[in-house]
Ligand binder design. Sequence first.
Ligand SMILES: [Zn+2]
Length: 254
Amino acid sequence: MLSIVSIIFGALIGSFLNVCISRLPKEESIVWPGSHCPHCKKPIKFYDNIPLISYIVLKRRCRHCHSPISFQYPLVEGVTALGSLILFTKFGPSLSYLLYFPFVAALIVITVIDLYHQIIPDVISLPGIGVGLLASLTIPQITLFNSVIGILLGGGSLFLVATLYQWLFKREGMGGGDVKLLAMIGAFLGWKAVILTILSGSLIGSITGIIIMVLKGKDFKYAIPFGPFLSLGAVIALFCQNELSSLYLKLMKG
Ligand SMILES: [Zn+2]
């Protein structure tokens, strides 16, 4: 029963995340005015704004101007609902769920905005560092010390890589947004997760990059945003940190 509530709650938050995704890059208010169709600007009535369901009922089109509704809307709502359910299954009705859910929600918003605009808004990552630090004081999964080291390692390591890259290749390879994002990830998950995030994020990012190069014939200068892969790496670290650490130790022992 509570699992169903967590799915509905997740879908509703996902609907709000869609608002953040379309308005944050334009520096518009995320609370006012209410949702409106991006094409005909007509306000969307509450019964046409039900997460996932309205998309199907309206047959993927605006009720007024019949412009197609982007697949991004149900996708973000669905992924957020699923994230909420998985977190709830892992942590139960606890403070950990209430703190890790906004963390995952922030990663979802960052991923989509970075894909569209190649930016990671500071208004998410910077407060995120603070919230992660505060979370470490209240939840059993992480200590304050681990969170602080996580911020320093996350921010510091990428800052070093970015500076080195710029010095070697005389152009910007990694944005400051990635540095702040990894600091936020470190704040919530600790220093071990930062290493795991960099490893899995780089691995998945490189594979994706190679696939894009082969399919589209573009060279390495074609910049793929790193934020989505760091976010994915962080989610992997959040759910599989212990499993991956013990797997690594097993491999080391031979
Ligand atoms: Zn419309």
